[in-house]
Design a protein around this ligand. Sequence first.
Ligand code: NAD
Length: 975
Amino acid sequence: MEDAILHRSQDLLVDVDQRENEMSIGSAWEDKILDWCMSDPDRKTRILQFIDVFPSLRTDAAIVDHLRCYFPESSDRIPLALRTGLRFTGGLLTSRWVSSTVKMIMTQMARRFIGGETEAEAAECVARLKAARLDFSLDFLGEATLSEDEADHNLKSVLSMLNSLSVAPAAAGARINFSIKCSSLTSYLDPVDPDEVARRLLPRIRILLREAASRRAFIHFDAEQYDICDLTLDLLLQGFDEPEFHRTQDVGVVLQAYLTDAEDRAARLIDWCEKRGRTLTVRLVKGAYWDSEVIRARRMGWRVPVYLNKWESDACFERMLYLLMKSHRHIRLAVASHNVRSIAAALSIAQALEVPADRLEFQFLYGMARATRQVLAARGYQVRVYTPYGQLIPGMAYLVRRLLENSSNESFLRHRRLGGQPALELLKSPHAAAAEIRPPAGPAAESPAGFRNAPAVDFHKRGIRDAMARAVRDRLNSPPEKIGPLIGGRRVPGKKFLMSLNPSHPHRVVAEVDLADAGHVEEAARCARRGWETWRKTSAADRGKILHAASSLLAARRHELAALEICEAGKPWEEAEADVAEAIDYLRYYPMEADRIERGIRLQPEIPGEINSAVYKPRGVAAVISPWNFPLAIPAGQTAAALAAGNCVILKPSEQTSLIGYRLVEIYRQAGVPEDVIQFLPGFGEEVGAALVTHPEIDLVAFTGSRAVGEEILSRSAAAGIAPSGPKRVIAEMGGKNAVIVDSDADVDLAVADCLRAAFDYAGQKCSALSRLIVMEDIFDAVLKRFAESAKSYPAGYSEIPSTRLSPLIDVHAQKRVTDYLEIASREGQWILAPDGGRVPREGYFVPPAVLAGSSPRTRTAQEEIFGPLVVALPAKSLGHALEIANGTAYALTGGFYSRHPGRIARVRAEFDVGNLYINRAVTGAVVGRQPFGGHRSSGVGSKAGGPDYLLQFYLPVTVSENISRHGFSPDISR
Ligand code: NAD
């Protein structure tokens, strides 16, 4: 086909160029401004960032302030257009003037890509398109859907537009066509639980299809990001399969050719149609989320799902054209590309396969490739314009995507406009490029040190979901396991007994635990001291090999361990998986660090006659005392650090998660950690923990837990006297009362979505969880309303249900404690979201989500760590005031700031006193090696876990200075 395609492309391009010249008179200046804005990468970044923040700027002063921040150099302070505009009017640079000029430019720019702000404007736009013999597909631009209420509102808006268009005289005769994103019809679109998504989404889809059918309107479902694309496609097909919609032909779906598995999806769709004898419309696009797909995959450690070279997507697009048109009896194809070569390919393939005219149309984005669409319409092809409408504020994200696309170095339109490449080069076959260019390697690059995080679990893969579901079922059906102390590799009887219960179903016993007591501490300490004599002499490399083997065992049993966390700690699916991943990381990260540290450092090597080195030696025996809330990751990190640095370990897990601690020790033993090197003492903190802290053979205590216990351990260990290596070293990671500040110009969609997760996932039982939401006064009410409303739709339930995010509390004591705090809170402020028991199951240790406002920052609710799903909202008058509130507790663990003002971000970086500061992202979910974790003040002493300083604490630093000169001869200087 190549000759035919090339010939047709050239022919089309001649017409397109000619039409472009005729049209350019009206829009040349707009294109010039766009090209100018986008031609310099730095300027482009600033402009896109400014466009992104612009809708949230509510005052003239805010607009001017942000302009100055984004365009600081005097020559380039404001975009050319604004400067030109200013010159023409000869006006003074008053705030009002500047801001209204900017508003005018923004509106103009937005209007180029957005059909109208209101229903009436959208109807007029449709009429204009109709007059130009163009069809349309309307896309309602909304905010991110964070609650089911918002999803209802979005549906209502679309139905209302459907209704008004069907009676609008201007649009009379036009066949109504809507494009809908599934993400606008539900606040829950997580592939981990397709049933829950179906439960929320399908009822709205049914209403929409019914209403559309009654008006003979067509509904096209847009494709969105990769991890939900199979989920939404499956659900849509499931909906279309319902008897009520069996005959529906007026629906369409989208396939994205930039996805490396796009052809499989196309084949699946064709198969679905063939089996049912049905026809579907397929819009074939290359894809609009390339950057975010690459970013997300790299961050999660996943294979990048998109082609990395543009020509690969182009080639796939052409292969898919063929595949889909071959099935034209079942597929109506909408070719959605602005690339003349791709369009010509579609036309040539259609001709070759004798595709009937009514089985093919071309689609263009509103405001783009206008010449091309006119040429096609003039040649008699059906042309549809994808026309977004809606308020500019939510429209800005859309605008940024369009500008990115328009300015991409790979964009056909841009190349053509700038005339940089000869036509033949632009039109050449993407398949030929395959022969010329070798694709770069796909997967994420290794970090320089060679450490790579375990990939996040990708529940969008059915196989992984099913494997996890099996593991959870198996665990739920398992009888209670009997465990107890392990000393010198031997299981020794305990003196007391404890039952570890499932927090979702407390009548279910997960483990029967024989508990250690102070006598066991004595025995374990002696055993560990013995073990140390050989372990300390084992090389860092050999210790590392064992830890790596243990890490591989954890990875191989990932689902099984996550399932155990779900049942013993009540962790939700994704949280449990993330905890196991973090454990895997620690067991690889710390040996790598040990290897680096134990190589030692040669100090001032330029000084001759002497070798000065800093070397590090293991301390001795470490007691590890861990909490239940990261039941595997925290003890794994603490023990791996101790072992990697050549210390022996006595692990006392949390009472509530003894079985998970036991499993970890089993895995260490299986991997080859010698029997004397690791001891396991399940037991009560006040008894076994306290005995360990004061035991004379314990050199180091690695504790993570509450502030009260941590402070007690610090003072007791100081008073306990001298261990073999000297005064006891205590690493204490303690609690937090974490604040997030939401600035006036924040991206509220992002802030609310992140804050929900940070506050309510795992019922707020994370040291890093958000518990104080500080919002600038001017947006306080609006943000709080959305936050509280969204919290109502937040999935709460039993931990074994995949969609659950707000899970039960760990035990009955925690439930009582948090419930008592709710009582205190109700006296200290007013509920914005009152704790409503109806939102959570009755069985299990649940506490419903709650949001309080109107309390002072000094109240107990705003000062004390509560460790439950309760958020205190506090308004701030200024950024200084916000920081004063944020820093005004005893803790300094995590903090967050949502803002798009570079100057204010800089101030917060300097003044927000926390161990981990997160800007424009959630305050939970630190990753080993990427976000080393830990706080100061009452949140902890010690260096950060998962970072380069942490391991040093497990060593005794020694300086060795050797004189290598003998009677005036020194090998490093004498010849
Ligand atoms: P906790 O303090 O009650 O218990 C932690 C561990 O200490 C348990 O193993 C417990 O048995 C033991 N313990 C209790 N009393 C003891 C004593 N007198 N002497 C020695 N050991 C004793 O904490 P928890 O409820 O298990 O965990 C939740 C707390 O942990 C929260 O405050 C949370 O913020 C904090 N935490 C902090 C971090 C961090 O990295 N900073 C991480 C996770 C949890």
